[in-house]
Ligand binder design. Structure first.
Ligand SMILES: Cc1cc2nc3c(=O)[nH]c(=O)nc-3n(C[C@H](O)[C@H](O)[C@H](O)COP(=O)(O)OP(=O)(O)OC[C@H]3O[C@@H](n4cnc5c(N)ncnc54)[C@H](O)[C@@H]3O)c2cc1C
Length: 478
């Protein structure tokens, strides 16, 4: 796969835009099948990105499937053998059940982790070209995407033609914009994120990932590599102006209002500035069309409150690569496979999407939730059951079933500290939300299809046979 360097045209089986979780995973799966893969990324690795990095056992299993486990292990992050959720003075904590043989979580900083994936993709046979941004698409006759145009840091430009263009280029995806992929089921975030790294003292428990809910605040600690822990606050989004005015002071003052979190970080020293994300709306995006596909955040973004994005980016990148690898050369078969891949991704992600949207509401711990915390804490396997949802071993609707919700509501009504009016108010609110969630789940396929139809326009190729390299107006969706 020679680089032309003079604005000439290269040819590969698949070009992947973006080299992190989704892009490297797609490239690894394709390269292992002997396909020629070129991955282009504007970043230079190791490179950080705005993201915390909590891993559940299902994340670890994906890393193993990609063949990157030893590289990631070598970064030295402590395993999370226990995880706990604290609400209303009750801690629900316990071990993880194994997922594909992996029974621990992790928190691995993104520069090292993403670099490990990039190196694994190279080892598998993919070419990964850094500091190179994709600027436009190459369109063939009939509205099929046939390649990309790129520009590197030195201003050099070129064209790559391929059977498939994979836009693994994140939430602000260039590929999604250029093909006109529409979002559907969009939900604004009700919690913002603010995080910083702390150096742990020798006595810190570095094998437990913990979450605390206190009032409307939600705080977490994820011990990670480098002797550090990440402190993450998911405060209500309506506090964004306070954080904008003074991120550090607001972060530290908020952390101090969550007593067990303040205690956990009492002897730890903050070693980075506070990083914030105020707006990160959640969505599904139409992710497959003639000659293109969107794995990872470019095609679907969940509320980070459940920490699933890295796993899903790797998983659906890998599954995309595995699905199209055998079909190179047959455009109709590739386009059929990417459509099926998108439906499978949506089927596998909808439950988690909806659950994350529910957890992402910036509510106080309700009396019914308090009853749930007490009930789960009293069960020997209560924590593991909840962790099974984060680990994708069980659906959220199994663990947080209507039957259990009714039981927790009855427990709340009997509890001496819970006001009956507050319990009934919460019950009404939760019933409305649950009805909305069910309606959305039942109508999901229909609404997705309607969204696709609404975006359909006759293809507008800017050229025949890709001779001209200008993208058509980006309104088309499939
Ligand atoms: C605040 C926050 C916290 C989070 N915490 C967690 C967590 O704890 N656990 C978890 O599992 N998930 C978490 N997530 C989600 C996770 O960050 C994402 O789901 C994951 O990074 C998606 O990977 P990706 O490969 O799809 O995209 P990205 O990681 O966004 O990578 C996209 C890549 O594409 C490149 N690119 C973009 N445009 C171009 C272009 N035109 N040309 C070339 N290259 C391009 C970029 O340089 C980048 O390297 C969090 C997200 C946020 C916002």
């Amino acid at each position: 796969m020679g680089r032309p360097g003079d604005g000439g045209v290269e040819r590969v089986d698949v070009v992947v835009v973006g080299a992190r979780c989704a892009g490297s995973a797609t490239a690894i799966a394709l390269a292992r099948q002997g396909r020629s893969v070129l991955v282009l990324d504007g970043a230079r690795f190791p490179s950080d990105t705005l993201s915390t990095h909590l891993f559940f056992p299902a994340h670890v299993a994906e890393v193993a499937r990609l063949g990157a486990l030893e590289r990631v292990r070598a970064l030295g992050a402590p395993t999370h053998d226990v995880a706990g959720l604290w609400g209303d003075d009750v801690m629900v904590d316990g071990p993880f059940a194994p997922f594909e043989g992996h029974a621990h979580g992790w928190s691995v900083r993104r520069p090292g982790f993403d670099h490990a994936l990039v190196e694994t993709a190279r080892e598998a046979g993919a070419e990964v070209r850094e500091s190179t941004r994709v600027t436009d698409l190459v369109w063939g006759g009939g509205g099929r995407v046939e390649g990309v145009r790129w520009r590197d840091r030195d201003g050099e430009e070129g064209t790559v033609r391929a059977d498939l263009v994979v836009g693994a280029d994140g939430r602000h995806s260039t590929v999604a914009r250029l093909v006109g992929a529409r979002a559907h089921h969009e939900v604004p975030n009700h919690r913002m994120m603010a995080y910083a790294y702390y150096r742990d003292p020798p006595h810190a428990d570095r094998h437990a990932a913990l979450q605390w809910r206190f009032g409307r605040e939600l705080g977490t600690v994820f011990p990670c590599d480098g002797g550090l822990s990440i402190a993450l606050l998911m405060s209500p989004a309506d506090r964004a102006d306070e954080f904008r005015a003074d991120p550090t002071a607001t972060f530290e003052a908020t952390l101090a209002t969550i007593p067990p979190m303040a205690e956990r970080f009492a002897d730890a020293e903050r070693v980075t500035k506070v990083r914030t994300s105020y707006k990160h709306p959640k969505y599904f995006r139409h992710s497959a069309g003639p000659g293109w596909a969107l794995p990872g955040d470019s095609g679907h973004f969940k509320d980070p409150v459940t920490a699933q994005g890295i796993r899903d980016a790797m998983r659906f990148g890998r599954l995309l690569g595995e699905a199209v690898g055998p079909l190179i050369g047959d455009h109709a078969a590739i386009d059929r496979a990417t459509r099926l891949w998108e439906r499978d991704r949506d089927d596998q992600c909808l439950d988690m999407y909806q659950w994350a949207n529910g957890l992402g509401e910036a509510d106080e711990v309700s009396p019914i939730e308090s009853a749930a915390y007490r009930w789960l804490a009293a069960r020997p396997d209560g924590a593991t059951e909840v962790l099974d949802v984060f680990s994708r071993r069980r659906l959220s609707t199994e663990v947080f079933s209507l039957g259990r919700a009714a039981r927790w509501a009855a427990d709340a009504l009997r509890h001496p500290r819970a006001g009956r009016a507050e319990v009934w108010r919460t019950l009404r609110r939760d019933a409305v939300r649950e009805a909305r969630r069910r309606r959305e789940a039942i109508a999901f396929t229909r609404v997705r299809a309607a969204s696709a139809r609404a975006g359909l326009q006759p293809p507008l190729p800017a050229s025949v046979d890709g001779q001209a390299m200008v993208s058509p107006p980006s309104t088309t969706t499939v």
